[in-house]
Write a protein of this length. Structure first.
Length: 214
């Protein structure tokens, strides 16, 4: 038990290895557009050994950092979600129109907080002041280097939803305002199919469970 505890505390402090334990053999650009794709040949160190893997070939999708926010309103006891078409889900048997939290990619050296405030106005008309950081994570590190910054924010929501987005950027976004009372039903449904919305709504459920009279 003591060994297990020490090992757990160690992994909390740092990973077993770092990027010095990866040797890049070659990197080749395959495509450059909204995303970039590279072919990478590398080898990396093996656990509990001083040896490395043979050369491994992988395709790496490069995407800009992104940030998203779950906006909620205790006064109205509602939270905001958006619905929009997603090309990655175009073969989804239920629908390519996905429920999501408000989110976007960082513009240049923009901070995640500024990105969220900008996207919130564009996608919901809501002005955000205070932000609470929840998690920063890789949505799909097996193939993509995108980093996602997840936040929550309390703000005054509009009384009704609406259609938002930047048409010149191909955006057509529907805003949904959902009652707190419907949260558990939504979490049990099949409509949630991306990590940020699931993580954010799980966080909201825990927050509401700790509040009196909610």
């Amino acid at each position: 038990m003591r060994f297990v505890l020490i090992e757990f505390m160690d992994i909390l402090q740092q990973a077993t290895y770092n990027n010095n334990d990866v040797e890049i053999d070659s990197r080749e650009s395959l495509y450059q557009g909204f995303i970039q794709v590279e072919r990478v040949k590398l080898r990396h160190r093996l656990f509990n050994q001083k040896t490395y893997t043979p050369i491994i070939q992988r395709e790496l999708i490069q995407r800009k950092e992104a940030a998203g926010v779950l906006i909620y309103d205790d006064q109205q006891q509602k939270f905001a979600l958006i619905e929009q078409f997603r090309v990655g889900a175009m073969d989804d048997l239920d629908s390519p129109w996905q429920l999501e939290i408000i989110a976007g990619v960082l513009d240049g050296d923009e901070s995640p907080e500024n990105c969220i405030r900008r996207e919130s106005i564009e996608e919901s008309g809501c002005v955000i002041t205070a932000l609470e950081h929840l998690f920063t994570f890789y949505p799909s590190a097996g193939a993509c280097n995108e980093i996602f910054h997840l936040y929550a924010a309390q703000a005054t929501l509009p009384t009704d939803g609406g259609i938002f987005g930047m048409p010149e950027e191909g955006e057509n976004i529907k805003l949904h305002l959902i009652q707190y009372a419907e949260l558990n039903t939504l979490l049990k449904s099949k409509r949630l199919k991306n990590a940020p919305i699931i993580m954010a709504l799980q966080w909201l459920r825990q927050r509401l469970a700790a509040l009196p009279n909610v």
